[in-house]
Design a protein around this ligand. Sequence first.
Ligand code: UD1
Length: 420
Amino acid sequence: MDRIRIRGGRPLSGEIKVGGAKNAALPLMAAGLLTDQRLTLSNVPQLADVRTMTLLLAQHGIAVDPVTEDGRALSLGGAITGTEAPYDIVRKMRASFLVLGPLLARVGEARVSLPGGCGIGARPIDLHLKGLEQLGARIVLEGGYIDARVRGRLKGATIVFPFVSVGATENLMMAASLAEGRTVLANAAREPEIGDLAAGLVAMGARIEGIGSDTLTIEGVERLGGAEHAIIPDRIETGSYACAAAISGGSVFLRGARLDHLGATVRILREAGVDIDEQAEGLMVRRLNGLHGADVMTEPYPGFPTDMQAQFMALMAVAEGASMVTETIFENRFMHVPELNRMGARINVHGASAIVRGVGGLSGAPVMATDLRASLSLILAGLAAQGDTIVSRVYHLDRGYEAVECKLAACGADIERVAG
Ligand code: UD1
């Protein structure tokens, strides 16, 4: 299994191109199931999760063909020949569950494996199922699979989510696009990736109002057509490399990054002493002076994202003073803490909060990546640490960060992937 070796202590300097957003690409690929015409997506990141979604769509009869040499533009199309999303694929990537709504809306049936638990908590799918039932689906759980059916078309309904869910909002928005009549999704997620999916659906002919707000109104149409859509830049990749520039004491230009998608991330980073300057083609991120502790609480967008929590904690580990990091979205998302502590961080977890007492420096150590964002937090710690850090289990990293070692090495980091 590959590992990443980092020798810390070098300030980054240079430019990193921010890729397309993983969490927009995956639902937009699932949207390919909603039409019999071709959906062409550009600015698609080259990630293990995108390859997993490609495999899953192939199970349903949808081919995903590269249309450019670099593989960043994909054309999706084909007739739906299968409606089962098997356990072997769904267990690898929870976002596989996003095929449920589109399959049901398009062909009236779907059999999708339950995702099961994952590293960061139980992550139920009850909101997806309840919402689809409200649209008229009959759902039974059988042998670890959700079996969903509808006679005729789904029917529009008003769905009020009891709390914000990105995935449930996406699944229901896609299903409602082909339902009969009007669907209102209240207390919907407002993440930029939801807006991007909505924009893609609108390009395909969907009628969606309220994009960017917490109430989406969808007038179902009988069929959706093909479209071309460019995926937004990845705001989590942006935030992660902003932390890399800051923790190394360097300066990096993040080409293609969008400040308006960063929500609370930019405010909190600035509060911690990171200089972020919006320019015509991206963001210039620098650490001019010392870092100081800042408290954060994860929240749905535009609040501070749970997907930035681990990376921010690495940054706070070397800031002056104390910070309190509170995780409100997932119940078990502090697995990076013991690993950071092995590198000399002083972090104590009390329930859903972690107290981070900044230390003068970290020291390199062998550490283990436990999930996607935790992996990046260990790489960040490695950039700041004295000596060598070896991060193992980097398959987590490859799910959501493209060529991280190449991007950081191009800015002067001493980092390499060690095969085996
Ligand atoms: C998406 C993102 C993930 C991010 C998360 C929160 C993708 C592919 N993944 O995941 O990177 O960390 O949003 O921003 O876009 N919940 C339920 N029942 C449900 C659905 C969710 O209880 O039916 C709970 C979850 O366990 C969690 C919370 O709601 O505690 C938010 O989860 P959700 O927003 O649905 O996350 P995902 O869509 O899985």
